[in-house]
Design a binder for this molecule. Sequence first.
Ligand code: G3P
Length: 409
Amino acid sequence: MQVLRRALLGLLGIQVALVAGLTLTDSYRRRGKKPQPFPVTKPQQVPVGEGTVTTYTYGQDLYDDMIAAIDAARHQVLFETYIWKGDEVGESFKAALARAADRGVEVYAIYDAFANLVVPPAFKRFPPSLRVLAYPVYNAGLRFFDLRRYGRDHRKILVVDDDTAFVGGYNVGAAYATEWRDTHCRITGPGVWDLKRAFADFWNSQRGRRWADGDERPLLIETASAWESRIRVHRNLPRQWSFPIRAMYLDAIDRARRNIWMTHAYFIPDENFVEALVAAARRGVDVRILLPQTSNHVVADWLSRGYFSQLLSAGVRIFRYQDAMVHAKTATVDGEWSTIGTANIDRLSMTGNYEVNVEFIDAGLARAMEEVFRTDESNAVELMAGDWAGRGFTRRFAEVVLAPLRPVL
Ligand SMILES: O=P(O)(O)OC[C@H](O)CO
């Protein structure tokens, strides 16, 4: 028993030292590095059912359209973001929301307090005309062991009136406008309703915590749901222990016959997820995963690398995006199915946080998403199985030592 305890403590010590070493080396390497340009696909609007879906792959294009939508709002704006930086982009959103409220539009905003701990408190003071919920850092009260209460609000949603909604991987901040490659979409038509409902349900679930003015009226209980068969909004709700986004992915991967092209910022899948991808590749599906060569979380990169051998040997192709952070959370399958959302392929997103992904079953949108993928591939280098097999002992050692951390990230 004592030997086992010592071995575990030893492993923990090595892990801590490795994480600290990797983090320090990474921040040293980043010093003075200038952001590099990357190829982008212009916003593309495709008709989907009775509405449209527009894909965005460049932050400035997206933010311009989001601000324009807020400026055009007539009745209501629902804005939710995980990160809301206090920089010029964050300020421009704050100002647009305040302008809307000043002309009589109902404005609701939610941000995650934990993700914004580093944002100056002055930025987080809002005019009283805005109804703002800072989703608290700690939500478990005395229920310390209730895991349902530890999910972060990782969603990024904007809904304007009944007409327009935006959702995807983009947080709000200046670096994301020009330096990060991410994917968001704008939806018009019946698909908007489910995003409205997603926002309203979360807002209402926080009732009692948020309003300084004592107004307890639930938001939008009258909101309809749409049965638009081409668009489904999936919400992970840790409080209800409900995680449909993982199931959505597994289902699409299992059904794939021709291709699965996924783009992810952080790729630390669970065993079933890996098995599904491996099985798809083995039955001849063209499985490609596009990841950042170096993300902003070096430990996540190392955890991700621990899966490469298994995936490559099954025939999965891995593309590593060069010189810029790719933060998208998207996939497209068989020229028919696509998803754009906020969930990473890791345990925090799949079985931990509040997330929202939109599933589209539409050939036109899949074509647009394939075009985005090809553009990204043009800025990526494929990792070849032979090269990967030749990596040194230190790298293999780091992968093995870090592997036990997979379930916590
Ligand atoms: O949690 P995400 O996927 O929105 O990414 C956020 C960045 O990693 C912040 O460090």
